[in-house]
Ligand binder design. Structure first.
Ligand code: ZN
Length: 380
C-alpha cells in the first residue's frame, strides 16, 4: 500500500538471495505503479531477479486500526454535530491519527465525550468490515460518503462497517471494528477558518498513552508523599498549608518592618501644621510597606506618611496623605515624584496614595530628608 489519501504507506523488506532492501516508504508513481523507497542493507539486487516482498505486519496493522477509526470518527461527528461535517483531510500512521473536518466552532467537552463514546460503542459492537468494488453510480446508491472535490474513477471501492458507516475509500482496513480495540481523543483544535482537527489514538497507542499518564501520576504522587488515589486530597491539604504559611510570613514581615522603625512616633514632625512621618523600614517589600503605611497613618490620625525600604538591592517607596492633609495641599503622587529620582527610580499615584521603585538604596536617607522640603512646597 503506497501513501495515499492521508494514510501512511507500508514499510517492509524486499529480499533476493543474500540481497536485502529495507523499504522505508512507499509512494504512488505514474501508471499505477508503487515506488519503494529505502536502501540496500546487504548484497545486491539486479534487473531480472525474482524478489520476495514482505510488509512490516505490526506497522500495517496499527496503521489499519488508526485509519479504520477515521471512518467511525467521521460518522460519529456527523451524528453529534450534524451533516455539515465533511472530511477536510487526514493523516494516519502506525502511531496516531489526525482527522480534519468542516465545523464552525470549537467542540465542547460534552460533544467530544459523546463522539468518543459512539466510536468506542461501534468498536465494541464488533462490526464486520466489507469492501466491494462497484461503479460510482452504484456506490452513490449505497449512500456512501465521498470526498467533495475528489476525482473518482469508473469503479470505486466502497468500505462498509456494519450498517454504521459507508465510505468510498482506497485505504487498508481492519476486518472487524473490534480489531481497533479502543479509541481515545487527545485533542480538538482549529486549523483554518471553519476547519477543526481531532487527534486521536487507537489500540496499543491508547494503552501506551495511559501507561505514560500512570507513570507521571505516580511520580507526582511520590514527590508529595502521596499515592495516586489520595493525591488530590493531599494537594488540597498542601495548598491550605501554603496559604496559611504565606499569610503568617506576611504578618511576620510586617512585624519585622515595624520593629526596624523603632519608636517611630518620635520621628513625627510638623510642617506648616501638618504632621509628617518620613522613615526607613528595612526589609519590607511593596505590600509590606503599604500595610505598614496604613497602620502608621491610623496611629498618626491626620497627616502624611512616607516610607522607604531596601529589599534585595532595590528601593520601595510609598507615600500616603489623609483627607485633612490633602485639604491643606498635600499630594502623595507629587511627593513621590519629587523624591523618587534620589533613589534612582520613578513613580507616582493618586493624591492620597502613591508608590515608586528605585535602584539606588544609597539615596534613601537623602530622599527621606527631601520629603520635608517637597511637602513644605505643597502646603498652603
Ligand atoms: Zn478507509
Amino acid at each position: 500500500y503506497g501513501t495515499m489519501g492521508g494514510q501512511c504507506g507500508d514499510t517492509g523488506v524486499i529480499r533476493c538471495g543474500d540481497g536485502e532492501f529495507v523499504v522505508q516508504d512507499t509512494i504512488h508513481l505514474a501508471g499505477g505503479k508503487i515506488g519503494h523507497i529505502g536502501r540496500m542493507t546487504s548484497g545486491m539486487i539486479k534487473l531480472g531477479d525474482k524478489v520476495e516482498l514482505s510488509v512490516n505486519p505490526a506497522g500495517r496493522a496499527d496503521t489499519c486500526k488508526n485509519h479504520s477509526a477515521t471512518h467511525l470518527l467521521q460518522k460519529a461527528l456527523r451524528t453529534v454535530l450534524g451533516s455539515h461535517v465533511e472530511q477536510a483531510g487526514s493523516y494516519v500512521d502506525a502511531h496516531r491519527l489526525r482527522f480534519d473536518f468542516s465545523h464552525f466552532s470549537a467542540m465542547t467537552p460534552e460533544e467530544l465525550a459523546k463522539v468518543e463514546q459512539i466510536v468506542n460503542d461501534e468498536i465494541n459492537a464488533h462490526l464486520p468490515v466489507r469492501t466491494s468494488v462497484m461503479t460510482l453510480e452504484e456506490a452513490k446508491k449505497t449512500g456512501a460518503m465521498a470526498l467533495f472535490g475528489e476525482k473518482y474513477g469508473d469503479s470505486v471501492r466502497v468500505v462498509q462497517m456494519g450498517d454504521f458507516s459507508t465510505e468510498l475509500c482506497g485505504g487498508t482496513h481492519v476486518a472487524n471494528t473490534g480489531d481497533i480495540a479502543v479509541f481515545k481523543i487527545l485533542s480538538e483544535s482549529g486549523v483554518a477558518a471553519g476547519v477543526r482537527r481531532i487527534e486521536a489514538l487507537t489500540g496499543p497507542g491508547v494503552f501506551a498513552y495511559y501507561k505514560e499518564l500512570e507513570d507521571r501520576l505516580s511520580e507526582a504522587a511520590k514527590i508529595v508523599k502521596a499515592t495516586p488515589a489520595n493525591l488530590a486530597e493531599k494537594l488540597t491539604h498542601l495548598m491550605a498549608e501554603v496559604k496559611q504559611l504565606s499569610s503568617e510570613n506576611e504578618s511576620l514581615k510586617s512585624k519585622a518592618a515595624r520593629e526596624s522603625l523603632g519608636n517611630v512616633m518620635d520621628q513625627v514632625k510638623e510642617i506648616k501644621g501638618v504632621k509628617l512621618l518620613a522613615a526607613k523600614a528595612d526589609g519590607a517589600d511593596m505590600n509590606g510597606l503599604r500595610d505598614l503605611g496604613d497602620q502608621l497613618k491610623e496611629k498618626l490620625g491626620e497627616g502624611v506618611v512616607v516610607l522607604a525600604s531596601e529589599k534585595d538591592g532595590k528601593v520601595n517607596l510609598v507615600a500616603m496623605a489623609t483627607d485633612s492633609a490633602m485639604a491643606q495641599g498635600a499630594h502623595a503622587g507629587n511627593l513621590i515624584k519629587g523624591i523618587a529620582a534620589l533613589v534612582g527610580g520613578g513613580g507616582g499615584g493618586r493624591p492620597n496614595m502613591a508608590q515608586a521603585g528605585g535602584k539606588n538604596p544609597a539615596g534613601i536617607p537623602q530622599a527621606i530628608a527631601e520629603v520635608e522640603k517637597v511637602l513644605e512646597g505643597q502646603l498652603k
